[in-house]
Design a protein around this ligand. Structure first.
Ligand SMILES: *Cc1c(COP(=O)(O)O)cnc(C)c1O
Length: 445
């Protein structure tokens, strides 16, 4: 029987090295790690120590460097989510958490993270309507809406509308608006999951107001108009405007997707809440973390009667948002321009100037970097086909993976064998962090 080669004893030096690996308790006593344990939790710090000990045992680092390595590998917070610089050129990158919150929204969330008057009137001491100031902000921003309600996300807004307004009756929807919103989620399946029945009208490329009118009957819950937000149909096409769907005796619910509250001249094909409400929609639903530039949530705006039916439905409780979301949403709506809005409107000349300066700084540090013109996109399933002229720093392709693993992680995109760091979605204040991350990646740190 072949037993394979006999085990070879480790060389004496290596055995000694193993013995010299400091014990976990001893490493945890390092003042940097003790402080971190108080801030991040002992388990988080211990995991970093154990990983560093493993690297020392594998001979990757000297035994004496375990504490340094552990301290250097500590996470930024006690949560696993790490900060990422979005240099993909996609403004609303779903995998990167869509919209960046404004400083105003972050501050509001921090305050709300303590005990806060989310459901209390401090003047009287009586219970008050949850999130009333966030709702008031929405109504101030969209005077065409009589009332507003906020749920977890755009999908939840549709589910609540379907449940509260259709029940087991029919939702009339155009075959051209049967949208898959990403990661395999399809609006028709989402609606059908509520028990409502979908009544498809028209064809993929053409649906007329008459198609809707012919389908309306006693079994109709409402007409749903969905903005086909992530694809384009061109050629021989026809769809019904919101204004053409009113007057059929059933409510019109319009899903705009993007969360634009008013028209955005740069994106003429993106619908907005004010315009569709003025056109006669009874309810508009939207996401909070797309072009509105706020936290993940779902907005419902429209006629008081219908908003109330949604907000009073038992399911509303299951879809309600927390105080952090309400705080961030209100600060987004009332506060200064959002990072999303600034990125959307960034001037290509200033993006080019930033790319030139960054590339020059990196070349001085010995990095093979060049500034190049680039093309950015809105993303997040919005404004398909819209190209936003942009500028990027081009690096050799291997930088893409190294930057992704750095701290902060920098997420670029690989194009034509190069790693492009597109600056349109990078707030100007992060250029310095990008430069330092690239230099670290160049040094293999
Ligand atoms: C994004 C989108 C949704 C889903 O919104 P979430 O906030 O991601 O749940 C629904 N409808 C349209 C038209 C969308 O663009």
């Amino acid at each position: 029987m072949d037993r394979g080669p006999a085990p070879v004893p480790a060389p004496a030096g290596e055995r000694d090295g193993r013995r010299r690996i400091p014990r976990t308790d001893a490493v945890l006593a390092d003042p940097r790690l003790a402080e971190a344990a108080a801030r991040l939790g002992r388990g988080v710090v211990k995991a970093a120590v154990v990983a560093a000990q493993r690297r020392a045992r594998a001979g990757e680092i000297p035994a004496g460097a375990v504490a340094d390595a552990a301290a250097g590998a500590l996470p930024v917070t006690a949560a696993g989510l790490r900060p990422v610089v979005n240099a993909t050129g996609v403004l609303l990158h779903t995998n990167l958490g869509r919209a960046l919150l404004s400083d105003a929204a972050r501050e509001a969330m921090l305050v709300a993270s303590g005990a806060t008057d989310v459901e209390l009137d401090l003047a009287t001491g009586a219970r008050a309507r949850r999130g009333r100031s966030a709702l008031a902000a929405l109504l101030d921003a969209v005077p065409a809406a009589e009332a507003a309600h906020v749920v977890n996300n755009g999908a939840a807004a549709l589910v609540l509308a379907a449940t509260a307004l259709a029940g087991d009756r029919e939702i009339i929807v155009s075959r051209g608006e049967m949208v898959e919103i990403g990661d395999g989620f399809r609006i028709p399946e989402l609606l059908a999951a509520t028990g409502a029945r979908l009544r498809e009208v028209g064809t993929t490329n053409r649906t007329s107001p008459d198609d809707y009118a012919a389908a309306v009957g006693p079994g109709t819950g409402f007409i749903l108009k969905v903005h086909p937000s992530n694809f384009r149909v061109t050629g021989f096409t026809r769809s019904a405007d919101v204004a053409e769907l009113t007057g059929l005796g059933v409510p019109v619910v319009a899903d705009i997707g993007s969360g634009l509250l008013e028209p955005e001249p740069l994106l003429p094909d993106e619908p907005d809440a004010a315009t569709w409400l003025k056109a006669g929609a009874d309810l508009v639903t939207a996401s909070g973390d797309k072009l509105l530039g706020g936290p993940q949530c779902g907005l419902v705006l429209g006629k008081e009667e219908y908003v109330r039916r949604l907000s009073r439905h038992p399911l509303a409780r299951a879809l309600r948002v927390d105080k952090l979301t309400l705080a961030a949403l209100e600060a987004t709506v009332r506060g200064p321009r959002t990072p999303t809005d600034e990125a959307l409107h960034a001037d290509p000349a200033s993006l080019r100037e930033r790319a030139r300066r960054l590339a020059a700084r990196l070349r001085e540090a010995g990095v093979d970097a060049a500034s190049v013109d680039s093309e950015a996109a809105v993303g997040g399933g919005g404004a398909p086909g819209v190209v936003l002229p942009s500028a990027a720093v081009a690096l050799p392709e291997p930088y893409a993976a190294r930057l992704r693993r750095g701290s902060p992680a920098v997420m670029g995109r690989v194009e034509d064998g190069r790693c492009l760091l597109d600056l349109r979605a990078v707030p100007p204040g992060q250029d310095d962090a990008v430069a330092r991350a690239v230099v670290s990646a160049a040094e293999g740190r």
